[in-house]
Write a new protein. Structure first.
Length: 170
């Protein structure tokens, strides 16, 4: 699925600006957001996919106009509201106005949760990539769109038991 967060491999955004001696945290609030995220991992469901998914559901206009650690803040507070640790009203009151959260999770699971013991494709196989997106399919990189492609994924990734392949049958 394509989203505003999936910018890998896209041209046209210009160079990444950085300072040679750039600090890890430019502002104190960024350090606090980092600690908030690390401190809440266990209580809100652990690291990895759930946190990333909470960031990926951020409204595109908010995602593109906010700094990196604000993405983290939006993600972790969305997880806190979804877990019942906080409410939108509490966040709005403490922020002194509207506090942006990510869009609601659609809760769609993949149709096929069968175990795969043999990879469907080998590294170097020619494959056809489906046009469009389907619910429950992990994101495809911008460098792999509809049409012909060559499989560069490792066989370990091909044997995933929680996702469906994003390519059509050979």
């Amino acid at each position: 699925m394509d989203g505003v967060h999936d910018l890998g491999g896209l041209d046209g955004f210009g160079p990444v600006e950085h300072k040679d001696e750039e600090p890890l945290f430019e502002h104190n609030w960024e350090r606090r957001v980092f600690r908030l995220m690390i401190g809440s991992l266990r209580a809100l469901g652990g690291p990895g996919g759930r946190f990333r998914h909470s960031i990926e559901r951020t409204a595109p206009e908010h995602y593109l106009s906010s700094p990196y650690y604000e993405h983290w803040l939006t993600g972790v507070t969305t997880m806190a509201v979804e877990s019942g640790f906080a409410t939108q009203d509490e966040l709005d009151r403490r922020a002194g106005g509207h506090f942006p959260l990510s869009r609601a999770d659609r809760g769609v699971l993949p149709d096929d949760l069968n175990l795969r013991t043999e990879p469907r494709y080998a590294v170097g196989d020619d494959v056809r990539v489906r046009a469009g997106t389907r619910r429950g399919i992990p994101a495809r990189r911008a460098t792999c769109r509809a049409g012909s492609a060559r499989s560069y994924a490792s066989t370990a990734r091909s044997t995933s038991t929680t996702s469906r392949p994003t390519v059509a049958d050979r």
